[in-house]
Every structure is written in structure tokens, then in C-alpha cells.
Design a protein around this ligand. Structure first.
Ligand code: ADP
Ligand code: MG
Length: 230
């Protein structure tokens, strides 16, 4: 196997501070993280240590106070909001702890929508959506709305939505955090299989050490830095 030349995602010397009244919370103090195509990194750290902050910065949802975020080798901090939004649509999939599906739309439409926004023809977007939903075991649920799905099914639709758009990077913030252990285990297996099949680069924040053990490597956040746990 030849190593790719460029990480799919490279966080370099990321700084993030939150000022609250008299105090400044220095959450990230020069954090570095490189993630290669096809690699799944578990981000395991206690609540409040900055996992969501790091993922939001990596996902271009939040700007760092210092450092640079490279997506596919391209620096992003110089981009304006339109440029960031465009890159986020093209290259980044985000899965939240809560599914954030659109309630009025079916599973199929929820998954097809980001692809339509990206400019794919409806037929192609829907066939890809159906394929990914089928892969995740939801082939019989395409026309269901989120309220007609179980928690685990909703979360699988959210994963399908993030992945169907064929991003370079998948970021997941405790994606199975509000599911029961068995459902969580099942959804997580699906997520890993999908990431492996599509050669995405993924960072998955989780509290669950058993799930983390099934990823390629494990990192934590310590004193504002990303540190290897392996
Ligand atoms: P985690 O996801 O690991 O639980 P977060 O990244 O959500 O941690 O938060 C890290 C720390 O930063 C927490 O102490 C939190 O209170 C603080 N924080 C996060 N977002 C903000 C914000 N917008 N304003 C002020 N403090 C924040
Ligand atoms: Mg969090």
C-alpha cells in the first residue's frame, strides 16, 4: 500500500479560547491532528475537555483563534464564509449526537437533500441515498419520516446523510451517545463498515472505550493538546 501524500484533514497548532467575564477558558492550546484517507480516529476525552470544540473547528463550523485547518491539503482560515460553506458542503460530513433530521422529509429525502444542494440531479441523488440507506439496513424505511423511525434508525439516517454526499472527511460527535448500548453497538458497526468501504477519513468522538477500541487509533485531549492514547 502506498501512503497518500496529503492528510484528508490536518489540524495544525489549533488555539481556542472562550472568554467569559473575568476568566478565559483556554480549551485548545496548539492542538495538532492529521487524519489520512481511510483512517478512523477515536477521540476519547472527558466531558468538557474540548472534543466538540475540536470537531466544530475541524468541520469549519467554528473558527480557531490560532492555527490552521487543512482540508485535503488546502488551508481554510483565509476563506470567507461562502468559501467555508462551499468546502463544508463538498468535503465534510458531520454527524451530531442528535440526528437533526428535517421532520417533514422522508429518510430518502433527508439523505438526498445535501446532494441536491451540491448540484446532483435528483435521480442520481435519490439512487445514491437509497443505496447508502440500504447498506445501513434501512432499505425498508426509505419513505418513513424521522418521527416514524426508532432512535437507532434516525441516527443511521443521519450517518447516511453525512456519507452519501461523498465527503473527504467525516466528523462524528458522540454519534451513538444517546442510544442504548446494543443499538449503539449496531449503529457503530454500520458506521465503521461504511467508512471503511468509502475510504473516508473519520474522527469520531465517543465516551465508549469498547467502541474506540474498534477504530484505527485513539487520541485524547490533554491540557489543550491532542495526545495519542495508543
Ligand atoms: P466536550 O465536547 O469535550 O464535552 P466542549 O468542546 O463542548 O467539550 O467544551 C469544552 C469547554 O469549553 C467546556 O468547558 C465548555 O463549557 C467550554 N465552551 C464550549 N463552547 C463554549 C462557548 N461557546 N462559550 C464559552 N465556553 C464554551
Ligand atoms: Mg461535546
Amino acid at each position: 500500500m502506498t501512503m497518500p501524500q496529503t492528510p484528508a484533514l490536518f489540524l495544525s497548532k489549533i488555539e481556542r479560547r472562550y472568554v467569559q467575564g473575568e476568566t478565559t477558558l483556554h480549551i485548545l492550546r496548539g492542538a495538532d491532528l492529521a487524519v489520512w484517507p481511510g483512517e478512523i480516529v477515536a477521540l476519547v476525552a472527558p466531558s468538557g475537555s474540548g472534543k466538540s470544540t475540536l470537531l466544530h473547528i475541524a468541520g469549519l463550523l467554528e473558527r480557531p483563534d490560532g492555527g490552521e485547518v487543512y482540508v485535503g491539503g488546502e488551508p481554510t482560515t483565509g476563506l470567507d464564509d461562502a468559501g467555508r460553506t462551499r468546502l463544508r458542503r463538498l468535503d465534510i460530513g458531520f454527524v451530531y449526537q442528535f440526528h437533526h433530521l428535517l421532520p417533514e422529509f422522508s429518510a430518502l429525502e433527508n439523505v438526498a437533500l445535501p446532494q441536491l444542494i451540491r448540484g446532483l440531479p435528483r435521480r442520481e441523488a435519490e439512487s445514491r441515498a437509497a443505496e447508502v440507506l440500504g447498506f445501513l439496513g434501512l432499505g425498508e424505511r426509505l419513505r418513513h419520516r424521522p418521527a416514524e423511525l426508532s432512535g437507532g434508525e434516525q441516527q443511521r439516517v443521519a450517518i447516511a446523510r453525512a456519507v452519501a454526499n461523498a465527503p473527504r472527511v467525516l466528523l462524528a460527535d458522540e454519534p451513538t451517545g444517546n442510544l442504548d448500548p446494543r443499538t449503539s453497538d449496531y449503529v457503530f458497526s454500520m458506521l465503521v463498515a461504511l467508512v471503511r468501504a468509502s475510504r473516508l477519513a473519520a474522527v469520531i468522538a465517543t465516551h465508549n472505550l469498547d467502541l474506540a477500541a474498534r477504530m484505527d487509533r485513539r487520541v485524547t485531549i490533554r491540557d489543550g493538546l491532542v495526545v495519542s492514547l495508543d
